[in-house]
Design a protein around this ligand. Sequence first.
Ligand code: HAM
Length: 416
Amino acid sequence: MKYGIPRGTKDILPAEAKLWQLVEQACREIFALYDYSEIRTPIFEFTDLFTRSIGSGTDIVKKEMYTFADRKGRSLTLRPEATAAVVRAGIENNLISIESLAKLYYLGPMFRYERPQAGRQRQFHQAGVEVFGSADPRLDAEVIELSVRLFEKVGLKDLVVNLNSVGCPKCQPEFRGAIKKHFAQHISDMCQDCRDRLEQNPMRILDCKEAHCQKYLEKAPASLDYLCPECKNHFDQVVGWLGNLGIKYQVNDRLVRGLDYYTKTAFEVIARQLGAQNAVCGGGRYDNLVAELGGKATPAIGFAIGLERVISLITDHQLPITNEGNIKLFIATLGEAATKQGFALLSQARALGISADMDFLGKSLKAQLKNADRLKAAFVYVMGDEEVKKGSAGLKNMATGEQSEVEFSQLITRLK
Ligand code: HAM
């Protein structure tokens, strides 16, 4: 019997995993530079957490969650995103307060039952940040700057920051009313998704990708025209600070996010070369979510980067891959005594931090040397019965071809 991988998931094989490590390392470094600390939350949470925060009318909650009952009949869901979980953990562990900033980051898999296509999987990975405790527009600019610097660090170019403000509970009702009024005139000619959204979540109509609906989207009211004075002032300040930081952006008043918790700033970083699924980062402010999930009212902002999409861009750009993973020492042996001695040296080398390997397949000496080459070993130590008797063997520097006789007891010191 053959087993296949579930649709929408991917194996990350060793050659590609190196690139993942590089990107994850870059994320950790830049997050630390901006003073974020890592948080790790469970892969599954109670379903209510996501329904409540992401919104019952969103595509994610309506049709994309991996939801199941555990053995006691409790409804659990594989996390489709991490913001809600970080808020839950922050409240539960008293990390969130208005007296101090909590700056948290995470890396890990998320799960959404979407139709798989290029750049869209059912298990995918995000690197994200969440900051709690400040409504200062300077922070919005800093968070956007952070995402831009991260992309620069991994060598991505030609990305565009799309910026919008989706308002707050004070101004959203009027905007929602205007949207509804606009689309109500055309809805009979629009797709089924748009029709479903008109009552439940009219703002999401702006995100429709159907070619036929586009002409109605173009003329739709823009959220920026409906902002209350507080939201307008906040948006103007974010724009001002981005200017000060020298961060390029485009105001996109059509930008709506696929999750309901956003207030004021919403942004996405777009890589046009990616085609339909071209957002490499999405985020924004969510000043009401902490209170909605039972914490004390605390403003917050964050983003998440889609790592598969970032990796695909780096692969396209052919960024250099490091030699990390190539071993330093290969011990080639001939005969039982040498294999025994070699096995002991192998363990010693590793214990002292030297990456090393030897043959476990009973291969000929010639085949072992070939394998050492394939593994790109920096040094090869070759020993047979003769060498075991002498207590020393030849150590070959594979880069220079230079060979010298080295005693067993001196091997590790020499390599160090
Ligand atoms: P999101 O826009 O749903 O936001 O996801 C963020 C990024 O994750 C997207 O821009 C995309 O790169 C990637 N992504 C999403 N779905 C998939 C998928 N099916 N396959 C591959 N990549 C995908 C959030 O998740 C929010 N929690 C972000 C946030 C954090 N807002 C505030 N804090």
